[in-house]
Design a binder for this molecule. Structure first.
Ligand SMILES: *Cc1c(COP(=O)(O)O)cnc(C)c1O
Length: 233
């Protein structure tokens, strides 16, 4: 996608974030935009960074490596996809956030990988909607899961992440986001040093306004920001 188009999209997105914040009495400064570049070229990702984006999201290790190699460490990188335990060894140290921590075996592998390095920021992925196709911890198990992560000293649990089901009417996703916030509030209250759990990674192109109204602090935007260059292949 051309620079000018990406810049226009960023501007439009900022305006929509502004409006959603106004509606819910929040400050736009609380909302961080992750540009999801999984379907676009290195060039388009570069255009996003030139347009003022500082957070990039990828859902595959290969894509992450490709963008990191080309763009260096100026942007912060977010891994937002399903992560196989056996691939954790290849994980680049320069990663800022992992949004898909969803099982103990993965926590164990990540802990090994990041031992003797800086702690790695993790979101625990929650399957709020209960759809079989979605990964994530069951809502009822999140509290105990996070409590037990204390023994993995390389992991810093910054918040919770979820994906809402796709709905033609984004209003339908509201209960999912609301429930994630309620679980977050309950964990946060514990003041666990390994899990401040203050962030909420929720909201995509189709539903980010509702997510913001329900407390999102990171929104993950692909299509409406940088497009989908794989669609025509
Ligand atoms: C692809 C993806 C997104 C972005 O989706 P869009 O609808 O293109 O904005 C967000 N989060 C995750 C986990 C994704 O895989």
């Amino acid at each position: 996608m051309e620079q000018q188009q990406v810049s226009e999209n960023v501007e439009q997105l900022r305006q929509r974030i502004q409006d959603a914040c106004k509606k819910s009495n929040r400050s736009a400064a609380e909302i961080k935009v992750i540009a999801v570049t999984k379907y676009v070229s290195v060039e388009t990702a570069q255009n996003a960074v030139a347009a003022g984006i500082i957070d990039l999201g990828e859902n595959r290790l290969e894509g992450l490596m490709e963008k990191m190699e080309a763009l260096g460490t100026k942007p912060a990188y977010h891994f937002i996809g399903a992560l196989q335990s056996r691939k954790v060894k290849q994980f680049p140290a320069g990663i800022s956030y992992i949004h898909s921590l969803d099982r103990t075996s993965l926590a164990k592998e990540l802990d090994k990988r990041f031992k003797d390095k800086e702690q790695v920021n993790c979101f625990v992925q929650v399957n709020v909607s209960g759809e079989a196709s979605k990964s994530g911890i069951e809502p009822d198990d999140v509290f105990d899961f996070i409590k037990d992560l204390k023994k993995y000293e390389s992991l810093h649990i910054v918040g919770l992440m979820t994906m809402a089901p796709f709905e033609d009417d984004p209003e339908q996703t509201r209960p999912v986001f609301k429930q994630l916030r309620e679980i977050r509030d309950r964990v946060k209250q514990e003041n666990w040093s390994h899990a401040p759990c203050s962030e909420l990674s929720m909201g995509m192109s189709n539903d980010f306004e509702v997510a913001i109204e329900e407390g999102a602090t990171f929104i993950r935007i692909g299509t409406s920001l940088v497009g989908n260059e794989k669609m025509s292949e």
